[in-house]
Design a protein around this ligand. Sequence first.
Ligand code: ADP
Length: 255
Amino acid sequence: LNERVPEPELEDEIGQLTRSINDLLGRLEQAMKREKQFTSDASHELRTPLSVLRGTLEVLIRKPRTSGEYEQKIQTALGTIDRMSAMIDQLLALARVENAKNLVREELELITFLEEKADQISSEQKRKITFQSQVSLPIYITTNEKSLEMILDNLLHNAIKYSPEDSDIFLRVGKSGAFPYIEVADSGSGIAEAHLEQIFDPFFREKEALDQGIPGTGLGLAIVKKLAQESQIKLSVVSKKDVGSTFRLDFPSQS
Ligand code: ADP
C-alpha cells in the first residue's frame, strides 16, 4: 500500500485516473492505520483492568483476610467488572453503527421529540435540562430516530458529567435558514483547544477527566461521530476551558 503509481504530468484521463488511484490508496492506508490503532487500543483498554482484577483475586486467595479486607477488595473487583462491561457495551454499540448501513429513516417532529428527551434525561439523572426552541412552528426532519436518540443521550450525559451539579444545561433547537439544528450546551469544565478533534477518537479522554475520576470509556463521542456521519448530520463543537462546551448538530434539510 505504501507503493504509489508514478504520476505522469498528464492532464489527460490517465493522469487523472492515476491521481485518483493514489488518493484512494492514501485513504485506504490511513483507514488501515486507524483500524490497527483501534484494535491495539481496545485490547489494551480491556487487558489492563483484567490483569488488575486477576491481581486482586490472587492476593485474596494467597492468605486469609479479615472480612473487612475481603469486602473492600471485592468492592474494587466489582467496580472493575462494571467498568469493563460498560466498555464492552460501548464497543458493541460502535461495531453495530459500523455495520448498520442504510438505516431506516422516518419523519420526526423535532420540538416535541427534544422536549420529551430533555424531560426524560432530567428526571433520570436528577439534573435540570432547559429546553429552548428558537422557532414556534413544528420542525419535521427525516432521520433514524434511534440514532438521534443515542447521539443526544451521549451528549446530554457528557454535559451532566463534565459540569458542576447546579450549573445550567441547555438543549436548544432552531433553524439556520431552511436547515434545522440542535445544540447541547453546558457551562462546565470545557475542552482544551488542542483536544477539540481528538475527543472524537475512540478511547481519548482529557487528563482532567481521568484525574478527577469521572467515569467513562472515551467511546461515547466516537459513537456520536459515527452515528452523525451515517445520518448525514454535521457535528461540531465550540468549547472553552473552564467556561463550557456547545455541541451542535446541523441537519441537511427539512423534509
Ligand atoms: P467519556 O465521557 O466516556 O470519557 P467521550 O468519548 O464521551 O468519553 O468523551 C471523550 C472526552 O471528551 C471526555 O473524556 C472528556 O475529556 C471530553 N468531553 C466530552 N464531552 C465533554 C463536555 N461536555 N465537557 C467537557 N469535556 C467533555
